[in-house]
Design a protein around this ligand. Sequence first.
Ligand code: AKG
Length: 266
Amino acid sequence: MQLTPAQLAQFHHEGFLFLPEVFAPAEVATLRAEAETLYRSDRPEIWREKSGAPRTAFAAHTYNEAFRLLGADPRLIMPVEQVFGEKLYMHQFKINAKAAFDGEVWQWHQDYGTWQRDDGMPEPRAMNIAVFLDTVMPINGPLMLVPRSHRHGTLAAGHDVATTSYPLWTLDHDTVRRLVADGGIVAPTGAPGGVLMFHGNLVHGSAGNITPYPRKIVYLTLNAVSNYIRTPTRPAWIAHRDFAPIEPVAAGALLDYALHDRVAAE
Ligand SMILES: O=C(O)CCC(=O)C(=O)O
């Protein structure tokens, strides 16, 4: 999947791009079912909210076949290669649950703020490309983005280890107020299968989910190979050390798996 010049221009101008209906219902149904099975398992890569509800499953592309295929899907790899103009490796992979009733906030932050400070990533030449596994609605804790905030570079941040179970470098209220006065806030919503890509310095966060509707989103953090991390401090299943370029799987590999192989394996 190649982005058009207009899509690339929109990404660079606004700091994000939303592409609805990229993945087929059968693909997303498989990924959703696999995510739910993973959340029920007991592994160090699965982090939980203080309530015990799942928050994040890290590194699932290394231990689950459907997510391995997703992590090398050309529909996700090629647009990001286009933006950076070089091969990519997987810096981080996570399936965020934002569980019904129990999903907690993600405070306002820039992803690159954490990748630089905690992982020693030299430049903001990495970014998230996300796939909606559930319907993302205005009410179930959608990701909120501050358009054009990526143009402000990497902002001062504080290390918040208390608000949620996941430590983050977060922005103070004055900074968020100033950026929102300029760019506003948008929350892309839509059906499972939509794809959202956003710049590593784009300010974003999400509110808690008190609705009965879960909001699972998978995030691939793809880093330009030349921008590999120099001084990691986090476990390798959070900030990966395998800098080998991703070779995309064949187009249709995930759909084949969803329609045939997974059923055969059951
Ligand atoms: O899934 C969410 O609501 C927020 C995730 C996020 O902000 C991140 O991964 O950096």
